[in-house]
Design a protein around this ligand. Structure first.
Ligand SMILES: Nc1nc2c(ncn2[C@@H]2O[C@H](COP(=O)(O)OP(=O)(O)OP(=O)(O)O)[C@@H](O)[C@H]2O)c(=O)[nH]1
Ligand SMILES: [Zn+2]
Length: 360
């Protein structure tokens, strides 16, 4: 078990009291293993950080198959037990994450993005990146995972009409309260952004930055962590594009005691949310719909529609688009379940062969 020094060290990596009760049962099974956090993943090589510092690690094949059989994979932010071996380590168990953000890949498979998140910063640049439909999509992602979100409008220093933009976002989400903590504007290159985000950056908190490429996530990571280790778009590299883009997720410690996970801009974000989850994320539409004149109002051109009255046309359009997308996704749900069952059969077959071989 952890002594108080180890606990304090792990707290700076985001360990909180809710994880601890899950620990004893797993520690008994793996007495020589240490509790560490996955801070980066590069194919099958993991960067792990724990009370004794950072190390490289790999996942034990047995754990990999067990996770796969449930359609799961490790993600940055996971707490795991790792058994040191030389200057590397084997990950032998994963503490079930308290929260997890994931998307669907083009084939419909679940792709984990990050685990154990206390707050998501949804970064939207106040330049040509500004797009409320994308923000609505990110809000479904965070709300369906029960992760509170702060909308962070970056590049405030480049925006000529900041009060108008802020008012526009606030109006867009005026009747929506589920999981939305605040809407703020920052200049990510300035240290002032630390004080704007301070309420969410306490000791033991883990935040994730989400947003499209170039929105300013790495710039904000540098400022909040007081480091310059994350390369940002302004750095010219010797590649043909001459512009750095983040290619993997990574966890960084901030001076405030919080941890922040920088993520690459997602080119596509197919949600892992059914129609019901989308409806719950649009709490404004759900609540206002109670006051529509017709119970089965489609919020189209019916008279007495409270939704059309109270929600902006853009927000309603987002709702309808994401609903249609979720319904299409549900059709392939059965197909996905069949494929998962097939994978489980393969894993069981391999395990059986290994067991039989063990008997020879
Ligand atoms: N003036 C100003 N420039 C910013 C701000 N935030 C980011 N930038 C600039 O915008 C460009 C892109 O910023 P990044 O931080 O690399 O964007 P990113 O979201 O990490 O992008 P990916 O790594 O591709 O996902 C860089 O040139 C930054 O210097 C800001 O608040 N103000
Ligand atoms: Zn209506």
């Amino acid at each position: 078990m952890l002594d108080s020094l180890q606990f304090e060290a792990l707290r700076r990596l985001g360990l909180n009291q809710s994880i601890l009760p899950l620990l004893p049962a797993l520690s008994d099974q793996h007495p020589a293993a240490a509790l560490v956090r996955v801070t980066e993943i590069h194919r099958d090589v993991l960067r792990l950080e724990g009370a004794d510092g950072a190390m490289q690690g790999r996942i034990r094949p047995a754990l990999l198959s067990a996770l796969r059989a449930h359609g799961q994979r490790l993600a940055v932010g996971d707490w795991v037990l790792a058994q040191p071996e030389g200057d590397s380590a084997w990950v032998c168990a994963r503490i079930p994450p308290l929260s997890a953000l994931s998307r669907r890949d083009p084939e419909g498979w679940l792709q984990p993005l990050v685990s154990n998140i206390d707050c998501a910063l949804l970064v939207l640049g106040l330049d040509k990146d500004f797009n409320l439909a994308r923000l609505d999509r990110y809000l479904v992602l965070t709300r369906s995972a029960d992760v509170p979100a702060v909308v962070v409008l970056s590049k405030a220093d480049l925006c000529a009409n900041l009060p108008d933009r802020l008012a526009e976002v606030r109006r867009h989400l005026a009747h929506s309260h589920a999981g939305l903590l605040d809407v703020v504007a920052v200049d990510g290159t300035s240290a002032e952004s630390c004080s704007v985000l301070e309420p969410y950056m306490g000791l033991g908190q883990t935040l994730v930055l989400l947003g499209s490429s170039g929105a300013g996530k790495s710039t904000l990571t540098n400022t909040l962590s007081g480091q310059s280790e994350q390369l940002t778009g302004s750095v010219r590299l010797d590649d043909s594009r001459g512009r750095h883009t983040t290619t993997s997720r990574s966890l960084h410690r901030c001076t405030s005691g919080a941890c922040i996970i920088d993520t690459p801009g997602l080119r596509s974000l197919t949600l892992d949310a059914d129609a019901n989850a989308v409806a719950q994320a649009f709490d404004d539409v759900q609540n206002l719909a109670q006051a529509c004149r017709f119970r089965n109002c489609s919020h189209g051109d019916e008279p007495g529609c409270a939704v059309r009255e109270g929600v902006s046309a853009k927000r309603l359009k987002s709702y309808e688009k994401l609903q249609r997308e979720a319904q299409r996704g549900e059709m392939s749900y059965l197909e996905r379940r069949e494929r998962l069952a097939e994978w489980k059969r393969i894993v069981k077959g391999v395990q059986l062969k290994q067991r039989l071989r063990g008997r020879d």
